[in-house]
Design a protein around this ligand. Sequence first.
Ligand SMILES: [Zn+2]
Length: 406
Amino acid sequence: MGYAKELLIRRQELGARVGETDDAVCDSCFADPYVQEWVRTNADRNDCTFCGRSEPNCAVDIDEVWELISFGLRQEWDHAEEWSSHVAQYTSYDVADSFDPELFANDDLRTAFIDTFSDWAFCERDPYGLSQDRAYAVGWEQFCEHVKHRTRFLFQVEPGTEQKEHWSYDGVSVGALLGAVAESCSASGLIQRIAEGTSIYRARLDLPTVSFSHASELGTAAADDHRHPNRMSPAGIPMFYGAFSAETAIAETFDPAADKATEVIATVGTFVPSRDLRVLDLSQLPDMPSICEEGSAARRADARFLRAFARDISQPVPRDDRVHVEYVPTQIVCEYFRRLYRDDEGVLDGIVFPSARRGGEAAVVLFVEHDACVDAPGSGKDRLELRLTDRHLFGPGLASLVAPAR
Ligand SMILES: [Zn+2]
Protein backbone atom coordinates (compact mmCIF):
# COMPACT_ATOMS: atom_id res chain seq x y z
CA MET A 1 0.00 0.00 0.00
CA GLY A 2 1.35 3.43 -0.95
CA TYR A 3 2.17 5.88 1.80
CA ALA A 4 -0.52 8.38 0.65
CA LYS A 5 -3.26 5.76 0.81
CA GLU A 6 -2.06 4.46 4.14
CA LEU A 7 -2.10 8.01 5.48
CA LEU A 8 -5.62 8.54 4.18
CA ILE A 9 -6.86 5.41 5.96
CA ARG A 10 -5.12 6.47 9.14
CA ARG A 11 -6.71 9.91 8.88
CA GLN A 12 -10.13 8.37 8.47
CA GLU A 13 -9.54 6.16 11.45
CA LEU A 14 -7.95 8.71 13.75
CA GLY A 15 -9.24 12.16 12.90
CA ALA A 16 -8.56 15.07 10.60
CA ARG A 17 -5.46 16.46 12.25
CA VAL A 18 -3.28 13.37 11.88
CA GLY A 19 -0.35 14.02 9.58
CA GLU A 20 -0.85 17.77 9.67
CA THR A 21 1.68 18.66 12.32
CA ASP A 22 5.30 17.82 12.85
CA ASP A 23 4.84 17.52 16.62
CA ALA A 24 6.73 15.01 18.72
CA VAL A 25 6.23 13.97 22.34
CA CYS A 26 8.48 12.53 25.07
CA ASP A 27 7.76 9.91 27.71
CA SER A 28 7.62 12.45 30.57
CA CYS A 29 4.52 14.05 29.05
CA PHE A 30 2.57 10.86 29.81
CA ALA A 31 1.49 9.59 33.23
CA ASP A 32 0.69 6.09 31.97
CA PRO A 33 3.73 3.81 32.55
CA TYR A 34 2.83 1.55 29.61
CA VAL A 35 2.77 4.50 27.17
CA GLN A 36 5.94 5.94 28.72
CA GLU A 37 7.75 2.69 28.04
CA TRP A 38 6.33 2.51 24.51
CA VAL A 39 7.60 6.04 23.80
CA ARG A 40 11.08 5.21 25.15
CA THR A 41 11.25 2.09 22.97
CA ASN A 42 10.21 3.90 19.80
CA ALA A 43 11.85 7.28 20.38
CA ASP A 44 13.68 8.59 17.29
CA ARG A 45 13.11 12.35 17.57
CA ASN A 46 15.14 14.86 19.58
CA ASP A 47 12.66 17.53 20.66
CA CYS A 48 9.40 17.29 22.60
CA THR A 49 6.92 19.87 21.30
CA PHE A 50 4.92 19.77 24.51
CA CYS A 51 7.42 20.18 27.36
CA GLY A 52 10.36 21.58 25.39
CA ARG A 53 12.72 18.75 26.36
CA SER A 54 15.61 18.40 23.94
CA GLU A 55 17.75 15.26 24.05
CA PRO A 56 18.88 12.72 21.46
CA ASN A 57 16.07 10.22 20.78
CA CYS A 58 13.77 11.34 23.60
CA ALA A 59 10.53 11.70 21.62
CA VAL A 60 8.31 10.09 18.99
CA ASP A 61 6.16 11.50 16.20
CA ILE A 62 2.84 12.44 17.78
CA ASP A 63 0.89 10.63 15.06
CA GLU A 64 2.45 7.36 16.14
CA VAL A 65 1.14 7.97 19.64
CA TRP A 66 -2.34 8.89 18.42
CA GLU A 67 -2.39 5.60 16.56
CA LEU A 68 -1.49 3.71 19.75
CA ILE A 69 -4.10 5.58 21.78
CA SER A 70 -6.73 5.16 19.10
CA PHE A 71 -6.18 1.40 19.27
CA GLY A 72 -6.56 1.54 23.06
CA LEU A 73 -9.69 3.65 22.91
CA ARG A 74 -11.33 0.98 20.79
CA GLN A 75 -11.28 -1.34 23.81
CA GLU A 76 -13.69 0.90 25.71
CA TRP A 77 -15.16 3.31 23.18
CA ASP A 78 -16.78 3.09 19.78
CA HIS A 79 -17.79 5.45 16.97
CA ALA A 80 -21.34 6.54 17.80
CA GLU A 81 -22.30 6.70 14.12
CA GLU A 82 -21.87 2.93 13.92
CA TRP A 83 -24.84 2.62 16.28
CA SER A 84 -28.31 4.15 16.19
CA SER A 85 -28.88 7.80 16.95
CA HIS A 86 -30.31 6.88 20.36
CA VAL A 87 -27.04 5.91 21.99
CA ALA A 88 -25.46 8.33 24.45
CA GLN A 89 -22.72 10.30 22.67
CA TYR A 90 -19.51 11.63 24.13
CA THR A 91 -16.93 14.11 22.84
CA SER A 92 -13.16 13.73 22.90
CA TYR A 93 -13.28 16.08 25.89
CA ASP A 94 -15.46 13.59 27.83
CA VAL A 95 -13.15 10.74 26.84
CA ALA A 96 -10.08 12.66 28.02
CA ASP A 97 -11.91 13.25 31.30
CA SER A 98 -12.64 9.54 31.67
CA PHE A 99 -8.96 8.60 31.82
CA ASP A 100 -7.52 11.76 33.24
CA PRO A 101 -5.11 11.92 35.03
CA GLU A 102 -3.98 8.36 34.31
CA LEU A 103 -2.88 8.96 30.69
CA PHE A 104 -1.48 12.48 30.24
CA ALA A 105 0.98 14.39 32.40
CA ASN A 106 0.94 17.51 30.24
CA ASP A 107 -2.07 19.82 29.73
CA ASP A 108 -1.05 20.87 26.21
CA LEU A 109 -0.81 17.23 25.21
CA ARG A 110 -4.25 16.61 26.68
CA THR A 111 -5.61 19.55 24.66
CA ALA A 112 -3.92 18.18 21.53
CA PHE A 113 -5.68 14.86 22.13
CA ILE A 114 -9.05 16.60 22.44
CA ASP A 115 -8.41 18.54 19.20
CA THR A 116 -7.11 15.55 17.27
CA PHE A 117 -10.06 13.36 18.16
CA SER A 118 -12.66 16.15 18.03
CA ASP A 119 -14.20 14.72 14.85
CA TRP A 120 -15.18 11.55 16.65
CA ALA A 121 -18.58 11.18 18.25
CA PHE A 122 -17.85 8.54 20.86
CA CYS A 123 -20.19 6.08 22.48
CA GLU A 124 -19.46 3.32 25.00
CA ARG A 125 -18.11 0.16 23.46
CA ASP A 126 -21.33 -1.77 24.01
CA PRO A 127 -23.81 1.09 24.35
CA TYR A 128 -26.86 -1.14 24.89
CA GLY A 129 -25.22 -3.25 27.57
CA LEU A 130 -23.74 -2.55 30.92
CA SER A 131 -19.95 -2.53 30.94
CA GLN A 132 -18.26 -4.89 33.39
CA ASP A 133 -17.21 -2.18 35.82
CA ARG A 134 -20.67 -0.59 35.71
CA ALA A 135 -22.20 -4.04 36.29
CA TYR A 136 -20.05 -4.41 39.42
CA ALA A 137 -20.79 -0.86 40.55
CA VAL A 138 -24.54 -1.30 40.03
CA GLY A 139 -24.37 -4.70 41.73
CA TRP A 140 -22.61 -3.22 44.77
CA GLU A 141 -25.17 -0.39 45.00
CA GLN A 142 -28.01 -2.91 44.79
CA PHE A 143 -26.34 -5.14 47.36
CA CYS A 144 -25.96 -2.26 49.83
CA GLU A 145 -29.57 -1.16 49.34
CA HIS A 146 -30.80 -4.74 49.63
CA VAL A 147 -29.06 -5.72 52.86
CA LYS A 148 -29.64 -2.36 54.51
CA HIS A 149 -33.34 -2.11 53.76
CA ARG A 150 -34.72 -5.42 52.48
CA THR A 151 -33.19 -8.77 53.43
CA ARG A 152 -30.33 -8.76 55.91
CA PHE A 153 -29.72 -12.42 56.67
CA LEU A 154 -31.19 -14.53 53.91
CA PHE A 155 -30.24 -12.61 50.78
CA GLN A 156 -28.11 -15.49 49.47
CA VAL A 157 -30.96 -17.95 49.47
CA GLU A 158 -33.69 -15.61 48.35
CA PRO A 159 -35.31 -17.24 45.31
CA GLY A 160 -34.10 -15.81 42.03
CA THR A 161 -30.90 -14.25 43.33
CA GLU A 162 -28.60 -17.25 43.48
CA GLN A 163 -28.42 -18.51 39.91
CA LYS A 164 -27.50 -15.43 37.95
CA GLU A 165 -24.21 -14.99 36.15
CA HIS A 166 -21.62 -13.01 38.07
CA TRP A 167 -22.17 -10.12 35.79
CA SER A 168 -24.73 -9.57 33.14
CA TYR A 169 -26.53 -6.75 31.47
CA ASP A 170 -28.64 -6.44 34.63
CA GLY A 171 -25.60 -5.92 36.82
CA VAL A 172 -24.21 -8.41 39.31
CA SER A 173 -27.04 -10.06 41.22
CA VAL A 174 -27.21 -9.51 44.95
CA GLY A 175 -26.55 -13.18 45.71
CA ALA A 176 -23.58 -13.39 43.34
CA LEU A 177 -21.97 -10.11 44.38
CA LEU A 178 -19.83 -11.55 47.17
CA GLY A 179 -18.42 -14.24 44.89
CA ALA A 180 -17.68 -11.60 42.25
CA VAL A 181 -15.93 -9.40 44.81
CA ALA A 182 -13.82 -12.36 45.98
CA GLU A 183 -12.89 -13.30 42.41
CA SER A 184 -11.86 -9.74 41.65
CA CYS A 185 -9.77 -9.51 44.80
CA SER A 186 -8.05 -12.80 44.26
CA ALA A 187 -7.38 -12.18 40.53
CA SER A 188 -5.93 -8.78 41.36
CA GLY A 189 -3.40 -10.26 43.80
CA LEU A 190 -4.94 -8.73 46.91
CA ILE A 191 -4.47 -11.77 49.12
CA GLN A 192 -1.26 -10.86 50.94
CA ARG A 193 0.83 -11.89 53.94
CA ILE A 194 1.74 -9.99 57.08
CA ALA A 195 4.90 -11.53 58.51
CA GLU A 196 4.97 -13.19 61.92
CA GLY A 197 6.35 -10.70 64.43
CA THR A 198 5.03 -7.58 62.66
CA SER A 199 3.95 -4.94 65.18
CA ILE A 200 0.23 -4.23 65.07
CA TYR A 201 -1.13 -1.45 67.28
CA ARG A 202 -4.48 -1.26 68.97
CA ALA A 203 -5.74 1.81 70.82
CA ARG A 204 -8.16 2.05 73.70
CA LEU A 205 -9.46 5.42 74.85
CA ASP A 206 -10.52 6.39 78.33
CA LEU A 207 -10.11 9.02 81.03
CA PRO A 208 -6.59 9.45 82.43
CA THR A 209 -7.76 7.92 85.71
CA VAL A 210 -8.32 4.54 84.03
CA SER A 211 -5.36 2.38 83.06
CA PHE A 212 -5.01 -0.71 80.91
CA SER A 213 -2.01 -2.98 80.92
CA HIS A 214 -3.09 -6.49 79.89
CA ALA A 215 -3.88 -8.07 76.53
CA SER A 216 -7.34 -8.88 77.88
CA GLU A 217 -7.93 -5.13 78.23
CA LEU A 218 -6.11 -3.87 75.14
CA GLY A 219 -6.93 -6.69 72.73
CA THR A 220 -10.23 -7.76 71.22
CA ALA A 221 -13.23 -7.10 73.46
CA ALA A 222 -15.00 -10.08 75.02
CA ALA A 223 -18.19 -11.02 73.20
CA ASP A 224 -20.36 -10.02 76.17
CA ASP A 225 -18.77 -6.56 76.29
CA HIS A 226 -19.04 -5.90 72.59
CA ARG A 227 -22.18 -3.80 72.49
CA HIS A 228 -21.41 -1.37 69.67
CA PRO A 229 -21.38 -2.34 66.01
CA ASN A 230 -18.29 -1.42 64.07
CA ARG A 231 -17.39 -0.99 60.43
CA MET A 232 -16.69 -4.67 59.92
CA SER A 233 -18.34 -6.33 62.90
CA PRO A 234 -21.89 -6.25 64.24
CA ALA A 235 -22.58 -5.89 67.97
CA GLY A 236 -21.83 -9.18 69.74
CA ILE A 237 -19.20 -10.34 67.24
CA PRO A 238 -15.98 -8.57 68.28
CA MET A 239 -12.85 -8.39 66.13
CA PHE A 240 -9.39 -6.95 66.54
CA TYR A 241 -9.16 -3.47 65.01
CA GLY A 242 -5.59 -2.28 64.66
CA ALA A 243 -3.13 -0.38 62.51
CA PHE A 244 0.55 -0.39 61.60
CA SER A 245 1.38 2.75 63.56
CA ALA A 246 0.19 3.96 66.96
CA GLU A 247 -1.02 7.25 65.45
CA THR A 248 -3.20 5.53 62.87
CA ALA A 249 -4.58 3.16 65.52
CA ILE A 250 -5.61 6.19 67.59
CA ALA A 251 -6.98 8.07 64.57
CA GLU A 252 -9.17 5.10 63.69
CA THR A 253 -10.51 4.90 67.26
CA PHE A 254 -10.67 8.55 68.24
CA ASP A 255 -13.63 10.54 66.97
CA PRO A 256 -13.09 14.28 67.54
CA ALA A 257 -16.84 14.83 67.36
CA ALA A 258 -17.67 12.23 70.01
CA ASP A 259 -14.62 12.17 72.28
CA LYS A 260 -13.72 15.13 74.40
CA ALA A 261 -10.31 15.75 72.90
CA THR A 262 -8.80 17.43 75.92
CA GLU A 263 -9.83 14.74 78.38
CA VAL A 264 -9.36 11.28 76.94
CA ILE A 265 -6.03 9.57 76.64
CA ALA A 266 -5.15 6.60 74.48
CA THR A 267 -3.42 3.46 75.67
CA VAL A 268 -1.86 1.80 72.65
CA GLY A 269 -0.91 -1.83 72.89
CA THR A 270 1.71 -3.32 70.55
CA PHE A 271 0.72 -6.82 69.49
CA VAL A 272 2.64 -9.33 67.39
CA PRO A 273 1.04 -12.31 65.65
CA SER A 274 2.27 -15.81 66.45
CA ARG A 275 2.47 -16.76 62.78
CA ASP A 276 2.23 -15.14 59.32
CA LEU A 277 -1.18 -13.65 58.66
CA ARG A 278 -3.07 -14.04 55.39
CA VAL A 279 -5.18 -10.99 54.68
CA LEU A 280 -7.25 -9.36 52.00
CA ASP A 281 -5.26 -6.16 51.40
CA LEU A 282 -7.39 -3.33 50.06
CA SER A 283 -4.79 -0.71 50.95
CA GLN A 284 -2.38 -1.44 48.08
CA LEU A 285 -4.48 -1.74 44.98
CA PRO A 286 -2.65 -2.58 41.75
CA ASP A 287 -2.00 0.23 39.27
CA MET A 288 -4.73 0.88 36.79
CA PRO A 289 -3.78 -1.13 33.67
CA SER A 290 -3.17 1.06 30.62
CA ILE A 291 -6.04 1.62 28.22
CA CYS A 292 -3.43 1.19 25.48
CA GLU A 293 -2.44 -2.32 26.58
CA GLU A 294 -4.11 -5.04 24.55
CA GLY A 295 -6.75 -6.98 26.50
CA SER A 296 -6.74 -4.63 29.49
CA ALA A 297 -10.46 -3.87 29.47
CA ALA A 298 -11.51 -6.53 32.00
CA ARG A 299 -8.57 -5.77 34.31
CA ARG A 300 -9.38 -2.08 34.12
CA ALA A 301 -12.98 -2.84 35.07
CA ASP A 302 -11.77 -4.89 38.06
CA ALA A 303 -9.37 -2.12 39.09
CA ARG A 304 -12.07 0.57 38.92
CA PHE A 305 -14.50 -1.52 40.95
CA LEU A 306 -11.92 -2.37 43.62
CA ARG A 307 -11.00 1.30 44.00
CA ALA A 308 -14.63 2.26 44.55
CA PHE A 309 -15.15 -0.74 46.87
CA ALA A 310 -12.05 0.03 48.98
CA ARG A 311 -13.16 3.66 49.29
CA ASP A 312 -16.65 2.63 50.47
CA ILE A 313 -15.34 0.08 52.93
CA SER A 314 -13.00 2.56 54.62
CA GLN A 315 -15.53 5.35 55.09
CA PRO A 316 -15.81 6.30 58.75
CA VAL A 317 -19.32 6.23 60.20
CA PRO A 318 -20.04 8.63 63.08
CA ARG A 319 -19.69 6.99 66.50
CA ASP A 320 -22.91 7.83 68.32
CA ASP A 321 -25.85 6.02 69.85
CA ARG A 322 -27.80 5.59 66.65
CA VAL A 323 -27.96 2.19 64.99
CA HIS A 324 -26.06 2.60 61.74
CA VAL A 325 -27.30 0.54 58.83
CA GLU A 326 -24.40 2.01 56.81
CA TYR A 327 -22.20 -0.65 58.41
CA VAL A 328 -24.31 -3.60 57.30
CA PRO A 329 -22.87 -4.19 53.78
CA THR A 330 -19.25 -4.06 54.97
CA GLN A 331 -20.08 -6.32 57.93
CA ILE A 332 -21.48 -8.89 55.52
CA VAL A 333 -18.47 -8.63 53.20
CA CYS A 334 -16.21 -9.07 56.21
CA GLU A 335 -18.13 -12.11 57.45
CA TYR A 336 -17.94 -13.60 53.96
CA PHE A 337 -14.15 -13.28 53.89
CA ARG A 338 -13.93 -14.62 57.43
CA ARG A 339 -16.27 -17.58 57.21
CA LEU A 340 -16.76 -18.57 53.57
CA TYR A 341 -13.71 -17.50 51.58
CA ARG A 342 -11.22 -20.30 50.88
CA ASP A 343 -8.38 -20.59 48.41
CA ASP A 344 -5.56 -23.08 47.85
CA GLU A 345 -3.76 -21.88 50.96
CA GLY A 346 -6.79 -21.90 53.22
CA VAL A 347 -8.69 -19.21 55.04
CA LEU A 348 -8.00 -15.54 55.74
CA ASP A 349 -7.06 -13.92 59.06
CA GLY A 350 -8.27 -10.41 58.33
CA ILE A 351 -8.71 -7.43 56.05
CA VAL A 352 -6.31 -4.51 55.58
CA PHE A 353 -8.00 -1.33 54.42
CA PRO A 354 -6.99 2.27 53.74
CA SER A 355 -7.45 4.48 56.79
CA ALA A 356 -10.02 7.12 55.92
CA ARG A 357 -8.89 9.27 58.85
CA ARG A 358 -5.19 9.12 57.91
CA GLY A 359 -4.86 9.09 54.13
CA GLY A 360 -1.97 7.00 52.86
CA GLU A 361 -1.92 4.79 55.98
CA ALA A 362 -3.52 1.38 56.42
CA ALA A 363 -5.66 -0.08 59.17
CA VAL A 364 -6.51 -3.73 59.77
CA VAL A 365 -9.28 -5.84 61.18
CA LEU A 366 -8.16 -9.31 62.32
CA PHE A 367 -10.41 -12.28 63.00
CA VAL A 368 -8.88 -12.85 66.41
CA GLU A 369 -11.06 -13.30 69.47
CA HIS A 370 -10.66 -12.06 73.01
CA ASP A 371 -8.96 -15.12 74.49
CA ALA A 372 -6.39 -15.25 71.66
CA CYS A 373 -4.99 -11.84 72.69
CA VAL A 374 -2.38 -12.91 75.26
CA ASP A 375 0.28 -11.46 77.57
CA ALA A 376 2.65 -14.42 77.21
CA PRO A 377 3.05 -16.92 74.36
CA GLY A 378 2.73 -20.63 74.63
CA SER A 379 -0.85 -21.69 75.01
CA GLY A 380 0.40 -24.93 73.47
CA LYS A 381 -2.39 -24.88 70.96
CA ASP A 382 -1.74 -24.51 67.28
CA ARG A 383 -3.77 -21.38 66.97
CA LEU A 384 -3.23 -17.79 65.94
CA GLU A 385 -2.47 -15.56 68.91
CA LEU A 386 -1.70 -11.87 69.24
CA ARG A 387 0.83 -11.29 71.99
CA LEU A 388 0.99 -7.95 73.78
CA THR A 389 4.66 -6.88 73.79
CA ASP A 390 4.50 -3.22 74.75
CA ARG A 391 2.15 -0.39 75.59
CA HIS A 392 2.32 3.39 75.39
CA LEU A 393 0.16 6.25 76.62
CA PHE A 394 -0.80 9.16 74.36
CA GLY A 395 -2.59 12.39 75.22
CA PRO A 396 -4.36 14.32 76.42
CA GLY A 397 -4.85 16.45 73.30
CA LEU A 398 -5.26 13.60 70.83
CA ALA A 399 -6.74 15.78 68.07
CA SER A 400 -3.34 17.21 67.10
CA LEU A 401 -1.72 13.78 67.25
CA VAL A 402 -4.06 12.18 64.76
CA ALA A 403 -4.00 14.85 62.06
CA PRO A 404 -4.06 13.25 58.63
CA ALA A 405 -0.71 11.74 57.64
CA ARG A 406 -0.92 13.51 54.27
ZN1 LIG B 1 7.65 16.14 26.83
